[in-house]
Design a protein. Structure first.
Lengths: 79, 226, 733, 79
């Protein structure tokens, strides 16, 4: 079972990286860019388990390891 | 001879390079702001270490778009000397002035240490005062110094003698133990280690001096020929 | 009277005091401003009364406590600026960002004085690392966070300490220290003076993150703290680097009247503190403050603790000049208000006045001040008792020594400091790994030595003497580097001040530090207090971290602890007594954290320090190392590591062998000298009545100790080094 | 116009970070995890432009700045 996890900073948390990239895009002429936020994309191959098992694992993996819910939020997709 | 040290927002080894040229070589040196469009009258350009634009996204990714970089390309195309140290090396690869890329250290940690390097070639304006095969000790300080390139590129670099420094005890996972490379014409050098940190007795290491002295010697000879 | 004061952490009495100041009830914004400013973190309301025990003045003190950082003269119109700051609570929740923003905060304090930051130090405490995934996670994150911020700023992290103990299981400690250099005539203070001058804001926009961080740091950690998550933020070292360079460039222009970082309690604190120092008032308009989010309320803007922001007080009419320089650095400067002369802090939202309070009433000068109850903790009498006879002697000292060398507290911390760029700016003459870091001062012959020290176990067993020992140990580390100790910055980490036994630890500790600083003539010029480092079940060991700076007049004469050459003579200075109480040996080998801690005699201490310093200055010593955790045997081992040299030592003693090797008696040193220098050295030691013992010589590779003609230790230095260097990495696996 | 850009390391490039996370997951008991790769998720708000304009901008942004095609590949989605 394969999955993708998306970890992003919570909306209320400043994203210095994203901000710096926004500024860079402006400098390059893409002045229409209003916001840039940078997160993580984690691609997992969970081996030979069912979708339900994968779902249960992913939830725990995200909350426990892949994201720090103090500042981040996560979403995942099973594919 | 006149040296220029480029200052990007976030550069932080700029003053170290400046001092190495001024105090050790006794040569003229100026800081050049990244927004400058032209590079006239400089014999050698140094892209210093640091965290240009915070190294956000990727090291050197944003700095390569600075105005000064077009001028650096022109300078290099004329066969004049350019050296990129640490972040400077990363910027040169991002800008396409040197092949390959630098990714995260294999242990995922920033590494600050003094490590042995083998001088692979003395056949460059930057290394002529070293001996081929000589082992020197130079400080490193980077989180992303792991050199990668495709096989073809590596092969070409080897054939052309573009691999200039290698680690004897690979600290970061670099392919072929690469610590420093140059372009085909050998007038652009990029290296992760910091020779400017190894120029003074008081700092306990002078192995980096000869790199700066080599540059000076090359420039002086060039001037004679002109 | 409504009860809303409780929500902002104030008491009824405090609320009444606010009403007295205002002659009316505060509105919600005002109440919140008092709430954050009168929190322990900002007002030191529980600790301030005790600070009178500290010596804070002296010939060299240019700025004592009370400003963003303290300043000490190093001659030639130059001075050192320094301060320590804790970021314990945020680091417990988000180790990387918590530690990173701690470093960011302390750097701003230094350049707010107009100084160029030249060095960072850190002092870390974690729970028991052996087998604890959580501790490993914290260590990993905290170290990476400190590295991430400091390295990006290009400020070398040159020294620090890391200790592990159960008592820090729930509350890790992350204290960061920054040192800057400045010319006397460039010193700036966070002062708002000159009616009509502009108040300008630069740096990151204000967001909702970090709201109420100050009050967050002033409560015990509970499950609920997890909910106060927004108090943790993401640091932006790149922004800070731009701020630093922009501010230093601005100060050169003479257009800046005052400079203040926005730290705890954000704008509220920056405005009232600068206004109070300037003995004037201030009026600001929150609608002009750059914001990251839409719809922020004035109260959110006023107490947000978003990072990487500074407040400038700019000479009227020179705003454009300021703006231009700031923009060169890719930042924006916005005028948000002006200096007034009515002593009030007035906050407007466009035309509407939303807060209007006497500026000083928010500041620590107007905040309540408490004299807390204190009482000797129950445990003190229990832990004192230790029958030395009941401690069995080890059978195999080779094994014991190897065990100690590879223990978490005594092993090499290279794993940590290798992640810190400690060489950037090419001024680090002695890198991490010796007793103190030594930095040269470019353009002069001078150097400075820096260290942070504290033995929390000592402070637990005997807060007063343990804290005094933290000061003397720091001084010993400097002296061993060839530096004369100049001044102290302290990071006081304690449990809840509301509990009389904890408060007594705090009080005793301050008295101990005060006494030691007076004796050594090293005034306290800045510091930080972090209370509430406890969970429901456990308080940390009292941990008053001492940061100290010293001056080396001639950098060529600095010294390190490493043995240099074979055949050099090894000398033990000071007297070993039967003082195993509180030692690392007892803790590690016997699992005992008890006993009377070593005695400290200031007369002896001063005599020995003066001797070491003068011997180094005369060029008589090739190495000098203080004897601290682990005693003589560990000190000798540490001296051997760098150059992989061995020793041949022969001693005579009436004491038990484990006492000889591992006692932590104070005021002791291991030094080495060339055979030629020995006669002169002995003459001086005899003359100054310094107790000493010639132990033996430096050898090539074997580590051999004989006592009373019997071989006790015989090891290969190579094996010792491997165990000592590799241990940390193993704990982290 | 909003967009998401996914930047991943080329298959031929080692991913030590992904490996470290895989090992951590194994330690936590998710021994079924066969592979983990870490990439970047970049969320952009491109302001008031058309989908075609966005498409054209994204292609250039990615190739020029957001990804280094020596080591990375990218994909994007307009939403
Ligand atoms: N967190 C840290 N950051 C930087 N250097 C550190 C850190 N922890 C330890 N060190 C360095 O390791 C060496 C040994 O530390 P420590 O045993 O605490 O020294 P001492 O006992 O002399 O105070 C010192 O040079 C110290 O500066
Ligand atoms: Mg020491």
């Amino acid at each position: 079972m394969k999955a993708k996890v998306f970890v992003t900073l919570k909306k209320s948390i400043a994203d210095p990286q994203g901000n710096a990239i926004k500024n860079a895009l402006h400098k390059l002429g893409y002045t229409n860019t209003e916001e840039v936020r940078i997160g993580k994309l984690i691609e997992l191959d969970l081996g030979d388990i069912t979708a339900e098992e994968a779902e249960a694992q992913l939830e725990k993996m995200c909350a426990g390891l892949l994201a720090n819910t103090v500042i981040e939020e996560y979403k995942y997709e099973i594919i | 001879m006149k040296f220029g040290v480029i200052v990007f927002p976030g550069s932080n080894c700029d003053i170290d390079c400046f001092h190495a040229v001024k105090d050790i070589l006794g040569q003229e040196v100026e800081y050049i702001w990244h927004d400058t469009k032209e590079l006239e009258g400089y014999d050698c350009i140094i892209l210093p270490g640091g965290f240009s634009y915070g190294d956000y996204l990727r090291c050197g990714a944003v700095a390569r778009f600075s105005k000064i970089m077009d001028a650096v390309k022109v300078h290099a195309a004329k066969g004049k000397l350019v050296i990129g140290i640490c972040n400077g090396f990363q910027i040169l690869t991002e800008a396409g002035l040197l092949p390959g890329a630098l990714v995260r250290n294999i242990n995922l940690k920033f590494i600050c240490d003094t490590v042995p390097l083998r001088v692979e070639s003395q056949d460059t304006p930057f290394t002529r005062l070293y001996n081929k095969g000589e082992i020197i000790r130079i400080p490193i300080a980077h989180g992303e110094g792991n050199y990668v390139a495709d096989e073809e590129t590596l092969k070409n670099m080897k054939e052309n003698g573009q691999i200039i420094f290698t680690y004897t005890n690979n600290p970061n996972g670099s392919m072929e133990n690469i610590a420093g490379i140059c372009n085909e014409k050998k007038n652009v050098l990029g290296m992760m280690p910091h020779p400017e940190r190894a120029c003074e007795e008081i700092l306990g290491n002078t192995d980096g001096r000869r790199l700066f002295e080599s540059i000076l010697l090359s420039l002086e000879e060039n001037r004679k020929h002109e | 009277m409504n009860n809303s004061y409780k929500a902002v952490g104030l008491t009824e009495k405090e609320y009444k005091k606010i009403i007295e100041y205002l002659n009316r009830e505060p509105n919600e914004l005002e109440l919140n401003m008092y709430g954050v400013m009168w929190s322990e973190h900002c007002s030191y309301k529980n600790s301030r009364a005790l600070f009178r025990h500290f010596p804070t003045s002296g010939e060299r003190v240019l700025q004592g406590p009370g400003e963003n950082a303290g300043i000490i003269d190093i001659g030639d119109n130059q001075a050192i600026v320094m301060k320590i700051e804790s970021h314990n609570h945020p680091s417990a929740i988000e180790p990387y960002q918590g530690a990173a923003t701690g470093v960011g905060g302390i750097i701003r304090d230094i350049f707010a004085m107009g100084a160029r930051p030249i060095a960072l130090l850190n002092s870390l405490r974690f729970g028991n690392i052996e087998g604890s995934e959580r501790v490993k996670y914290l260590v990993e994150g905290v170290v990476a966070g400190i590295a991430g911020y400091g390295n990006c700023m290009g400020i070398p992290t040159v020294a620090g300490e890391v200790y592990f103990n159960e008592s820090y299981n729930g509350n890790p400690l992350v204290n960061a220290m920054c040192v800057g250099i400045i010319d006397h005539d460039k010193i700036h203070r966070g002062t708002a003076s000159g009616v009509g001058n502009s108040v300008m804001y630069i740096g990151a926009p204000t967001g909702r993150d970090g709201m109420g961080g100050a009050s967050f740091a002033s409560v015990e950690l509970t499950e609920e703290s997890e909910e106060k998550k927004s108090a943790v933020q993401v640091g932006d070292p790149f922004m800070e680097k731009l701020l630093l360079e922009a501010c230093l460039e601005l100060l050169e222009t003479g257009s800046i009247v005052g400079l203040q970082d926005l730290g705890a309690a954000g704008l509220t604190s920056a405005c009232c503190e600068t206004a109070t120092r300037g003995e004037g008032g201030m009026e600001i308009d929150v609608s002009k403050v750059p914001r990251r989010e839409k719809g922020m309320l004035p109260v959110e803007i006023m107490i947000s603790e978003s990072q990487e922001r500074m407040l400038l007080i700019v000479e009227k009419g020179r705003e454009d000049e300021v703006r231009k320089i700031v923009e060169k650095w890719g930042l924006h400067a916005v005028t948000i208000g002006k200096v007034t002369d009515n002593g009030r802090l007035v906050v407007k939202d466009k035309d509407e006045v939303v807060a209007d309070v006497p500026a000083y009433s928010l500041d620590s000068s107007g905040a309540p001040k408490y004299y807390k109850e204190y009482q000797e903790p129950l445990y003190i009498q229990q832990v004192k008792r230790l029958q030395p006879e009941s401690v069995p002697e080890p059978k195999d000292y080779n094994e014991t020594l190897m065990n100690l060398l590879s223990s978490p507290n005594l092993c090499s911390k290279e794993w940590v400091y290798k992640q810190y760029d400690h060489m950037v700016r090419t001024s680090t003459v002695v890198k991490p790994g010796s007793d103190a870091a030594v930095m040269r001062i470019r353009g002069t012959k001078k150097g400075i030595a820096l260290t942070v020290d504290c033995n929390g176990r000592y402070c637990y067993l005997n807060p007063r003497v343990g804290s005094a020992i933290a000061v003397t140990e720091a001084a010993r580390n400097l002296v061993c580097s060839g530096a004369k100790p100049l001044a102290v910055t302290d990071g006081l980490n304690f449990g809840s001040p509301d509990k009389p036994d904890r408060f007594r630890q705090f009080r005793e500790s301050i008295i101990g530090i005060g006494e030691a600083c007076r004796e050594l003539d090293t005034p306290v010029i800045s510091g930080n207090v972090s209370f509430y480092n406890e969970t429901e079940t456990q308080a940390i060991y009292p941990t008053p971290i001492i940061g100290m700076a010293g001056l080396i007049e001639d950098i060529d004469k600095h010294c390190t602890m490493h043995f240099k050459d074979e055949k050099d003579v090894i000398i033990h200075i000071g007297e070993t007594k039967e003082e195993l109480g509180g030692s690392e040996y007892l803790s590690r080998i016997h699992g005992l954290e008890k006993g009377a801690i070593p005695k400290l005699d200031f007369g002896t201490e001063k005599r020995h320090q003066a001797f070491i310093l003068s011997a180094i200055e005369k060029g008589l010593l090739k190495s000098a190392h203080d004897i601290s955790d682990g005693g003589l045997a560990i000190a000798l081992a540490e001296c051997c590591m760098e150059k992989e040299l061995g020793i041949k030592v022969q001693m005579e003693s009436m004491l038990r062998t484990d006492v000889v090797l591992f006692s932590e008696s104070q005021s002791r040193f291991v030094v080495s000298c060339s055979p030629e220098a020995l006669t002169e050295l002995q003459r001086l030691m005899d003359l100054q009545e310094i107790p000493y013992e010639i132990l033996g010589t430096v050898e090539s590779e074997d580590f051999v100790i004989d006592i009373n003609n019997k071989n006790i230790v015989a090891l290969k230095v190579k094996d010792m080094k491997e165990a000592w260097k590799g241990a940390f990495q193993c704990f982290m696996k």
